[in-house]
Every structure is written in structure tokens, then in C-alpha cells.
Design a protein around this ligand. Structure first.
Ligand SMILES: [Zn+2]
Ligand SMILES: [Zn+2]
Length: 228
């Protein structure tokens, strides 16, 4: 598998980095993890045709993680019509919110604009799903209180192994304790417990970027390609 980090920034554009978007190539499959507002641009800049995309997996419904979907819908309607529907999988509310966002951004109040062919799939905590040949294990993470934010464990033609090959972990802050984001200090304190073969920190805020010289853990960069 090959992971293309299209965007590893936060919701504030910290460091001029793109919003969340991770493109995964797995043999003949091509899918996205998260789809922030900058994701279509970054995907095209990396040389990919959006028609080749099979599916999009959303961790949660904050704008920096799913606000790029309307651009993919528009692209499929007018610029690059797709042969097969795009599969969009996400937590409860994904279909309604995605449709509503598309109408807000590109719809005409007098005449709602139809989506291009799209199949929505629901991801629920602790319920394994097979989607377009990809096995997904969603689990709940403490990022939102009322709504559901998911961590996504992805497997493709793999066997169970002790630790995951790559843990792409959000890390907004350096040492600030926040209820809904991780800090570098918390990650270092729990590094052994994580048990992953490789750890890359992403969703980097200003504080993390300012102190990137002090880090003992690898951090993501926009445009970075990781072999798994
Ligand atoms: Zn975010
Ligand atoms: Zn969020």
C-alpha cells in the first residue's frame, strides 16, 4: 500500500498546510481517508484523476475533514463524469450532511442540484465493514461529545498482525491538555502502549509546527508518500 499525505494541517490552515486528506493506493484500489476543502486540489496536484477514486472514508463531520466532498461531486457532474458511483462512507449523518453541504455550496434554492451517482455507507463504532474491497474497523475517539468521531483501522488483503503497520495519529498541540485533541506530550507518554510499527503525527497545529525541532516522532508533510 502507498499512502499519499495530501493534507496534514488543522482547521486553521496552520503553517500553510492543507486540510486533512490521505490518499491510499492498494493494488487496483484508490481511496481517500478524510476529504477536507483542499483535498481535490491536492489530489490533482499529486497527479491523480478523481475518476480513479473508488471510495472516501470520513472520520467525522467537521468541515476540515469532509468539506471537500462538494468539489468532488461538482467535478464528477461537469468535469470528469464517473463510470461508477463514488462510495462515501462515514459516521451517522454523513449522507444528510453531505447532501446539505452540496446544496448550500452549489445548489440553486429554486431547484436542488442532483448529486452525481454516489453510494453512501454508514460506519458505526466497533462494526467492521467491507467497502469496495477494503476492510474498515471504525472505533469511537473522544473528539466530539454528541456526534460520533471515528478512528479508522484499515486493512487490505492483510492478515491480522500484532500491531498496525502505520498509525497516523492526530496531534494538534505540543503540551497543551485539551479534551478533544492529542498533544505530543501525551503521545510520548503512551508511545510504548501504542504498539504500532510506525507512528506519524498529523493534523498539526501552530504549536506543534513551532516546536517541530524538538520532536522524537515523525510528523507528516503535505505531499509525503509513505510505503506500507
Ligand atoms: Zn480537524
Ligand atoms: Zn474535528
Amino acid at each position: 500500500m502507498k499512502l499519499h499525505i495530501l493534507g496534514c494541517g488543522d482547521a486553521f490552515g496552520s503553517g500553510g498546510r492543507n486540510n486533512s486528506g490521505y490518499l491510499v493506493e492498494a493494488e487496483d484500489r484508490l481511496f481517500l481517508l478524510d476529504c477536507g476543502p483542499t483535498t481535490l486540489v491536492a489530489m490533482k496536484r499529486a497527479g491523480f484523476d478523481p475518476r480513479a477514486l473508488d471510495s472516501v472514508f470520513l472520520s467525522h463531520l467537521h468541515g476540515d475533514h469532509f468539506g471537500g466532498l462538494p468539489f468532488f461531486f461538482l467535478d464528477a457532474l461537469y468535469a470528469n463524469p464517473r463510470a461508477e458511483p463514488l462510495v462515501v462512507a462515514g459516521p451517522p449523518g454523513t449522507e444528510e450532511r453531505s447532501r446539505a453541504l452540496f446544496q448550500l455550496m452549489f445548489g440553486d434554492p429554486a431547484e436542488p442540484r442532483e448529486l452525481p451517482p454516489t453510494r453512501f455507507r454508514l460506519l458505526e463504532p466497533d462494526r467492521e465493514a467491507g467497502i469496495e474491497g477494503i476492510e474498515v474497523f471504525p472505533f469511537r475517539v473522544p473528539h466530539q461529545v454528541r456526534e460520533i468521531s471515528l478512528g479508522l483501522k484499515i486493512r487490505f488483503q492483510g492478515v491480522h498482525s500484532e500491531g498496525v503497520d502505520l498509525f497516523l495519529c492526530e496531534c494538534c498541540f505540543f503540551d497543551r491538555d485539551a479534551p478533544n485533541h492529542m498533544s505530543y506530550r501525551q503521545i510520548v507518554e503512551n508511545r510504548i502502549r501504542l504498539g504500532c510499527k510506525r507512528l506519524i503525527l498529523t493534523h498539526l497545529g501552530e504549536e506543534m509546527l513551532a516546536r517541530s525541532g524538538e520532536l522524537d516522532v515523525e510528523i507528516a508533510e503535505d505531499g509525503m508518500v509513505v510505503e506500507i
